[in-house]
Design a protein. Structure first.
Ligand code: UT7
Length: 329
């Protein structure tokens, strides 16, 4: 008999309908060009949330679709893990709002903070809870309203990010399919390469904080870029080793979608040709914790992930944090 493992039973995404292209920025007073953004990042357009669209509403949309596809009713969920860097409010968690929206009355719910690696961290936590027998069924969501924390006066960051949510239902299964390996790391000595300096408990929001815009995202892009390539390459190796597989066994690599140059460097290091790499950063920008589950949902929909596909997932983000996972579908 096959040993039980935690398997993905359904996926979904919640994407706000408003699309902002690179060509829209000059009219918004942002000194940039389509050519600069495409050449440096590969991004062409991104979806941005509008009035009334929240981290909770996008997460709920994604979660509802994932549960329908998994054939799981809200009352069957044991836990909801919401990876996000953009909770709708700071107390309580946005996950409990999602729980209320879904009517998942039996579930525990909590937010997880690991920036762009958050959804893979959440999957690893959920897998641990399932395999230790604490729970049977989890909803793991990555959801972000990054447009609410970027500095729209800083052209070096505001053009990079998008809003959206992706979700999966993770269940105990005996099919031989599911999570084959997982790897997580952090390096807090590099926290200030990508952060929001003020506006938390140490320096709460004041008029001065708003004036100096220090509650918004600051990024040392070039430094982050170097660490991203190094960490994602290392993480890819670790997940393959953990699953006792080589790159030749991988049907699809889904890296965190921040920048096509980082994606290409990661794929090259892992020895995976670009025709086996999923790229949608051109259409979504960087959606942080939502990027990998959105990509998985699309890849299933368009046939890039099939029954039996072995998929390598690799993420990197603020913290710094990085993580990886091999999943058999
Ligand atoms: O989600 C995980 C975390 N984030 C990342 O992984 C992002 C990692 N970093 C990157 O992807 C890249 O570093 C960026 C795309 C953010 C920037 O690309 P870069 O090639 O590292 O450019 P740079 O920051 O070194 O800037 C080069 C030039 C500068 O001008 P000077 O000083 O050379 O005259 C910038 O002022 O490009 C200028 N610039 C822009 N020009 C037009 C910066 N932003 C823009 C812009 N449009 N939007």
């Amino acid at each position: 008999m096959k040993r039980p493992i935690a398997a993905i039973a359904g996926t979904g995404r919640g994407i706000p309908p408003t699309v902002v292209t690179n060509y829209d920025f000059p009219a918004m007073g942002i000194d940039t060009t389509h050519e600069w953004i495409v050449e440096r990042t590969g991004i062409v357009e991104r979806h941005l949330a509008r009035e009334g669209e929240t981290t909770c509403s996008m997460a709920t949309d994604a979660g509802r679709i994932a549960m329908e596809r998994a054939g799981v009713h809200p009352g069957e969920l044991d836990t909801i893990i919401l990876a996000t860097a953009t909770p709708d409010r700071l107390l309580p968690s946005t996950a409990v709002d999602v729980q209320a929206s879904l009517g998942a009355s039996r579930a525990s719910a909590f937010d997880l903070s690991a920036a762009c690696s958050g959804w893979l961290y959440g999957m690893t936590v959920a897998e641990g809870m399932i395999m230790s027998g604490v729970i049977e069924t989890a909803l793991v969501i990555g959801a972000e309203k990054l447009s609410s924390i970027v500095d729209w006066q800083d052209r070096s960051t505001c053009v990079l990010f998008g809003d959206g949510a992706g979700a999966v239902v993770l269940k105990r299964a005996k099919t031989g399919k599911g999570i084959l390996s997982a790897y997580m790391r952090s390096d807090g000595t590099l926290a200030e390469l990508l952060y929001r300096p003020e506006g938390g408990a140490t320096v709460p929001i004041t008029a001065d904080v708003l004036e100096r815009r220090s509650h918004l995202v600051k990024m040392a892009g070039r430094e982050v870029f170097k660490h991203a390539v190094r960490s994602m390459s290392d993480a890819a190796d670790r997940a393959l080793d953990g699953a006792r597989l080589t790159s030749a066994d991988i049907d699809l690599l889904i890296p965190h979608q921040a920048n096509t140059r980082i994606i290409e460097a990661t794929a090259k290091h892992a020895g995976i040709p670009m025709d086996k790499v999923y790229v949608n950063v051109d259409r979504y920008g960087n959606t942080s914790s939502a990027s990998i589950p959105i990509a998985i949902d699309e890849a299933i929909e368009n046939g890039r992930i099939k029954e039996g596909s072995t998929v390598l997932l690799v993420a990197f983000g603020a913290g710094l944090t990085w993580a990886s996972m091999v999943v058999r579908f």
